[in-house]
Design a protein around this ligand. Structure first.
Ligand SMILES: Cc1cc2nc3c(=O)[nH]c(=O)nc-3n(C[C@H](O)[C@H](O)[C@H](O)COP(=O)(O)OP(=O)(O)OC[C@H]3O[C@@H](n4cnc5c(N)ncnc54)[C@H](O)[C@@H]3O)c2cc1C
Length: 191
């Protein structure tokens, strides 16, 4: 039989909004239950965007996200950001950042400045907060200090590689029919 759970608040939806709502409620002592499957969060890079581009049609970028939000609200008064003051958004974000930090995921942000990050495709993206582990990438992109690119290769295959048919030689290609279990070719490749 499906168990019946009693709570003060049931949050339906497990995307960022649902998670943030649950966190705010739990932080205020409400007995909270969250229900749902992961939403668009599976696409998230780990960056927390505040506002970087507006209007999208003009690709206008904003180094100050709060100035961008003011312009957004002026153009779209019904936007959800328009329901909150700048202080309310900032203190909500600060509470969220403290929460994730307590769970071992500290973030870096500069509050009044968007951060510029390089994506894996080599494009630049403006975002509000990045995981602390990415802070040096933000600073390196901005300050452009001399850098040394190190190429790490392993000369001997580990047991996992051996099992999967990798030779460990630079430039090797996976062999088909490895010990993947199903007998189907292993399509993983090094790039
Ligand atoms: C490709 C891509 C990349 C992105 N990258 C970033 C990024 O790097 N940084 C960033 O800050 N943002 C990024 N975003 C935006 C970010 O992912 C979204 O803004 C955010 O996830 C929206 O959260 P949400 O909770 O509002 O909605 P969702 O994540 O869509 O969650 C909605 C939830 O409600 C549930 N639900 C809906 N209808 C019902 C119903 N009738 N009954 C029960 N449950 C229901 C869904 O199952 C889901 O769990 C990206 C988005 C995309 C698509």
């Amino acid at each position: 039989m499906t168990p019946i759970i009693s709570c003060d608040l049931a949050v339906i939806g497990a995307g960022m909004t649902g998670m943030a709502a649950s966190m705010f409620a739990a932080n205020r002592g409400l007995n909270t239950v969250q229900v749902g499957v992961t939403g668009e969060i599976i696409f998230a890079s780990g960056f927390l965007d505040i506002l970087g581009i507006h209007p999208i049609s003009d690709k206008k970028s904003w180094s100050d996200p709060w100035a961008g939000i003011a312009a957004l609200i002026q153009d779209c008064p019904d936007h959800p950001y328009g329901r909150l003051t700048e202080n309310e958004i900032q203190s909500a974000l600060e509470e969220y950042l403290l929460f994730v930090k307590a769970f071992g995921v500290p973030y870096y942000w500069e509050k009044t400045h968007n951060l510029e990050m390089m994506t894996p495709q080599g494009t630049l993206k403006l975002t509000g907060c990045v995981p602390q582990t990415m802070k040096n990438a933000v600073l390196a992109l901005r300050e452009k200090p001399p850098g040394l690119i190190v190429d790490i290769r392993h000369s001997a295959p580990c047991s996992e590689c051996k099992n999967r048919g990798y030779s460990g030689d630079p430039g090797h290609t996976p062999q088909s029919g490895g010990s993947g279990g199903s007998g189907s070719p292993d399509r993983r490749q090094d790039f």
